[in-house]
Design a protein around this ligand. Sequence first.
Ligand SMILES: *[C@@H]1O[C@H](CO)[C@@H](O)[C@H](O)[C@H]1NC(C)=O
Ligand SMILES: *[C@@H]1O[C@H](CO)[C@@H](O)[C@H](O)[C@H]1NC(C)=O
Ligand SMILES: *[C@@H]1O[C@H](CO)[C@@H](O)[C@H](O)[C@H]1NC(C)=O
Ligand SMILES: *[C@@H]1O[C@H](CO)[C@@H](O)[C@H](O)[C@H]1NC(C)=O
Ligand SMILES: *[C@@H]1O[C@H](CO)[C@@H](O)[C@H](O)[C@H]1NC(C)=O
Ligand SMILES: *[C@@H]1O[C@H](CO)[C@@H](O)[C@H](O)[C@H]1NC(C)=O
Ligand SMILES: [Zn+2]
Length: 374
Amino acid sequence: MAQKGFILCFLLPILLFFTTTIFAIPITQAYPGVFSPDPQIDVSSANIHGVIGYAINPFPANESDRNHYDSRKGKTIKYLIMHFTEENFTKTVNIFTNNSMVNPTSAHYVITQKEINNLDGGQVLRVVPENLRAWHAGTSAWGNDTSLNYVSIGIEHVNLGFNGNVSLPELNRTYFPYDPDEIKASGIISSGIVKQYGILPQHVIGHEDVQPTWKPDPGPLFPWGKLYKDYGVGAWLDDDEMTVDAIIKKYNPPRPFPQNLNRDVLLAMLYNYGWRSAGDDSRVILAFKKHFSANQYPAYCDEIIRLEDMFWAWALEAKYVTSTPTTVTPNTVPTVSGSTCADAVPDCLQYNLNECKNSIYKPMMCKYCKVSKF
Ligand SMILES: *[C@@H]1O[C@H](CO)[C@@H](O)[C@H](O)[C@H]1NC(C)=O
Ligand SMILES: *[C@@H]1O[C@H](CO)[C@@H](O)[C@H](O)[C@H]1NC(C)=O
Ligand SMILES: *[C@@H]1O[C@H](CO)[C@@H](O)[C@H](O)[C@H]1NC(C)=O
Ligand SMILES: *[C@@H]1O[C@H](CO)[C@@H](O)[C@H](O)[C@H]1NC(C)=O
Ligand SMILES: *[C@@H]1O[C@H](CO)[C@@H](O)[C@H](O)[C@H]1NC(C)=O
Ligand SMILES: *[C@@H]1O[C@H](CO)[C@@H](O)[C@H](O)[C@H]1NC(C)=O
Ligand SMILES: [Zn+2]
């Protein structure tokens, strides 16, 4: 008994002290040759859903603005949101820890790609602990949920995005492929995350799915099908679910397969599945195509509606939407109410008061928000 007391009272605190302080190392030592100048970040080794990586230690009080996170306010994790950085690893970490509350951004995890000799792909760095709210999805919406930062985990994949002029149409851009080691690490930790929190397949989505007017992210080359097939993560169709007959046999489609290419019917299915527009239906169609029917085929990331687009939208609705289909009016974003705009849309840092009348606020209208860049 006396021995047990000794271990608990004396050795345990010492052990905790050692693991949190002594095992903390400068980030320059964890990733040699990657950070210069030294960004003055301490990290500790961490087991991240089975992948050994590093976790950034909290910054001290005199640099508290480098901690880009706040409370989830008791809300439950329901979503996993995928991103690409459009910056290299070094720059991403600098941005996620800059000592500034001007457009602060972050994500729970950053996964590396092989971009320089001394940095392997598939390294996982935790920037924000899962129990805290990271700032990666801005004023977003999916289904009946808004402000998804509260209820999501965000993973940033280092990838430079695409080559070329941003004003080029999607199909004219050249996207960079994802590093296979990066996707492997992403698949492993995502599989752990969806199991731990019971995240529904249709709640594993991309940044552009929840903010379709913002930017392409994680783009048409993000391997959604591979994550589904190899890691059981997210929504997709199995190889034996690729025909109308197979879907009818296996599920209970809420509507007959639309025989014509019809934009309104396509949008009704997409809105029923979860997408919300901020007044631009075309961007919803593009986000859907990049995630599903034109995934891995940037050349089809245009606004033309093809039979495979109708099929994917119809089949996804049949497979994943369990509630009775509602005729969601395209173009609507759920409104939230609160006594002030800040209550209604806590991510919003600056409000256009005219849009805030009657305490009803459309979150997508927020102009300056915690996090939109990533
Ligand atoms: C915060 O304090 C530490 C330790 O005293 C010091 O090294 C660091 O430069 C300070 N940071 C700022 C932004 O003043
Ligand atoms: C990372 O990108 C920044 C510009 O965003 C560049 O200045 C820097 O040299 C790059 N670092 C590496 C290691 O590629
Ligand atoms: C910190 O990063 C954000 C997001 O990129 C940027 O808007 C802001 O200007 C940066 N602040 C500083 C002081 O570099
Ligand atoms: C959204 O809310 C409506 C109305 O309450 C409900 O019928 C529908 O099932 C909800 N959708 C989801 C995905 O929870
Ligand atoms: C991008 O393309 C647009 C339209 O073609 C053009 O007006 C603009 O000058 C281009 N920008 C750059 C940086 O090339
Ligand atoms: C984009 O690609 C399409 C199809 O190849 C082509 O017809 C169109 O002219 C291109 N647009 C631009 C702005 O390059
Ligand atoms: Zn993003």
